[in-house]
Design a protein around this ligand. Sequence first.
Ligand SMILES: Cc1cc2nc3c(=O)[nH]c(=O)nc-3n(C[C@H](O)[C@H](O)[C@H](O)COP(=O)(O)OP(=O)(O)OC[C@H]3O[C@@H](n4cnc5c(N)ncnc54)[C@H](O)[C@@H]3O)c2cc1C
Length: 440
Amino acid sequence: MQQIIPKKCTVLIIGGGPAGSSAATHLAKTGVDVVLLERAEFPRNQVGESLIPHFWKFTDQLGVSEKIQQQGFLSKAGGITVWNGQVHQILFSDYGYTRPGLHVERDIFDHLLLEHSKQQGALVFNRVAVKQVDLSSANPVVAYMDTRGEANIAGTIECRFVVDASGHSSLLAHQLDTRQNIGSEMNFLSLWGYFKDSRYAGVDRQSHSYSELNSVAPVTFVMSHEDGWLWHIVLREKTSVGLIVQSEKMKGMDKQQREFYFKQSCARLPHLKDLLRDAQFIEGSLQYRPDYSYYATQTCKENYYCIGDAAGFVDPIFSHGIQNAFYNAAVASLAISESLKNTAKSARYAQLCESRIQQFYGFSRALSLGDFGVHGVNRDLVKSLMKSMSPLELGLMLVASEMTNRSENFKQLAHEAGVWERFSQQHEQQKRGVIEDLKF
Ligand SMILES: Cc1cc2nc3c(=O)[nH]c(=O)nc-3n(C[C@H](O)[C@H](O)[C@H](O)COP(=O)(O)OP(=O)(O)OC[C@H]3O[C@@H](n4cnc5c(N)ncnc54)[C@H](O)[C@@H]3O)c2cc1C
């Protein structure tokens, strides 16, 4: 017997990825009646398998860290980059992190988070796609298509707040025409696929066979190439390999040509070809995302909040996506629960949330865009965020941006914000992070 979708609720969340599920958990924990509509059937696939250790502070708040640990995802000690021929290694433990980063299968990770939100009391419906949100009255009305049964059934649900966590499809930003592309200065696309039995880069800078995963910890491997950059992320039963490529390079290519380009790059690029020498490509696993950089100019109003990728996404280079999703969900949930307590202030809470979301994205953009400019960055907001960050966290970000030749914006903003001296020690450490070569 199918669970009936209610006609009304207090908060309606669109999408059950990390942003939506964590907002649902936060709100359900405080006793708010939450309905979450997800168009896919979970577990569903998603790109973005590298988590930097910052994420634990959010999963602690959600009360889900223990479940994540029990899942046995692969722990990673840091990353190795080969950028324009220069090799760097970064270890999270050098920046005060006592917990590791993770390589996660996103279908499992996201499912675990969504199940957790159900356990906290959120009403979750898979295979129900939101089509339209009517924001013309104080209480939004959300139109959906329920695809659970043999025939699709249209319906509506009225709520006090809509949270758009629809990810890359950014339903509300499209509807409200607030979605902006980053601009021609950074126009990349991504192609990614999966391999069986790939070797992996170990924390000892050597390449290891898959069977050694239990004895030598992996790192995320990132490398620049002539058309962009790539990642190699080993998971428990397969390995994710992704290419970020200037869109111009692949203009006019069809699916087959893209696959040819991908396979050829994997067989040709130094280091990557060594890691993949014993590996088999999992046929049918290649995926493609054009124009992945965009942002919404307005993310929060009195009765709606856009969070996670629905609010914007810059670039996967610093593994910021899931962290952003968690952060946005936390601030939006706080703004909503405070608004429920004090309706007269709901516009003010939405405004505060808006500036927090733009601040974090601005920081991410300033970091990721590097030489590509600072399109859409509110410098003052970013500087105030930098002032509140710990020197170790800033140090790690500086190093990461140095490793990938993107540190100009970051350094300039850190100087302007007057925080540069606080973490210049880490900058020295970064120089020590330069290593001669990889042993593979
Ligand atoms: C190439 C690439 C590599 C990346 N690598 C990393 C990485 O290594 N580490 C990292 O942290 N981040 C990475 N990211 C970013 C990361 O994947 C996203 O930031 C993260 O998934 C955002 O979570 P979310 O919940 O906002 O959106 P999603 O995870 O996309 O979830 C959105 C959900 O909404 C559902 N939905 C969409 N439309 C509707 C609708 N109309 N009705 C109902 N449901 C709907 C979808 O089915 C989906 O389940 C990467 C991104 C890209 C493009």
